[in-house]
Design a protein around this ligand. Sequence first.
Ligand SMILES: [Ca+2]
Length: 410
Amino acid sequence: MQVTRREFGFGLGAMSLAGCAGGGTGGVSAPTSLWRAVPNPAFSAWVDSFRSRAVAAGVSPGAVTSGLRGVGYIPAVIERDRNQTEFKRSLQDYLAIAASESRVSDGRAQLRARRATLNAIEARYGVEAEVVCAIWGLESRFGTRRGDAPVISSLATLSFDGRRGVFFEKQLIAALKIIERGDVSADRMVGSWAGAMGHTQFIPTSYQAFAVDFTGDGKRDIWSDDPSDALASAAAYLSRNGWKRGVPWGMEVRLPARYGGPFGRNARQSVGTLRNAGVTRANGAALPDFGTAGILIPSGRSGPAFAVTSNFGVILRYNNAENYGIGIGHLSDRITGGSPIRGTFPPDAFGFNLEDRKMLQRGLNRAGFDVGDADGVLGRKTEAAIRAYQQSRGLPVTGTPSRELLARLS
Ligand SMILES: [Ca+2]
């Protein structure tokens, strides 16, 4: 789970992805004791020194006192921070989770159920309903994984810990100002362990800059079960960063063998130039005229290719990772009936394609070694299952897939 997005931009699509991959985040309806605070004298001393800095930064003394009432040091937050993986998911794995069949069907259901609200948001902010819906789907699995960590204590713990103390202290001060303004009480201010809050997982400074009151009750409430304010806030975020209504995020394309570049989202060419170069839609149809676009080949020349517009760059302002941008764009297309990726992904480092990986996972599940959903994404749970299987059969314990292993399990 890599949730400190926006300003650092090293996130995946947040908690819902991690949760889907077996990360386990604690749903909003089931608060856990995971976030228990423990006594820590050094932390208490840090909180006392922080108070004057918060006042100097513009939080009133009363708001500092009330906002920090009950603040505590939470070891589980530090554990999460330490266990962030540097591992970069392949686009294929990313999309298998981000645009899984269940997320697509949930997205279609939500688009229907929230149609009036999403249309009103689209009318006000000029961001298409399905794009807002896709952000909701990736950020919090349509509101079902908003996180239940107490934000003030989490941010204070991370600020005290100091690994990225400057960043988190800035977030903590912003969080106190949000409480002072009256949008939410300290006890209702919950989110991810890294302080991303509500349906669309805003960190406090993003909330301050972009959150809106769409329901008209005077509160910018991204925490409530009603997602209206949060969804409008996400639309406002994109709008303020330059979203152009009516321009697609991009689309999957087919490159002719002779296409030699340029590549990269900022190397944008006109549609006319791309057509002349022989670039078509993935189904072979002519490219529609959407202005200019850059060509991305995230899985190399043999994998799927995408033409991405300026709106793709706007999505990356929300979370600065190209896989995230493609994930949002593709999910929004699937929600409105678009087809799955047509291009073929190259085999992984083990020579396995998606179907091989699913077969391996189904085999492990059948043999009694639980990998969860056989989604073709080989995460920690699959690795542990492979190890356990190898151990039980007296095989060398590698934790990695192989043809021999697949044959044994088939
Ligand atoms: Ca409101």
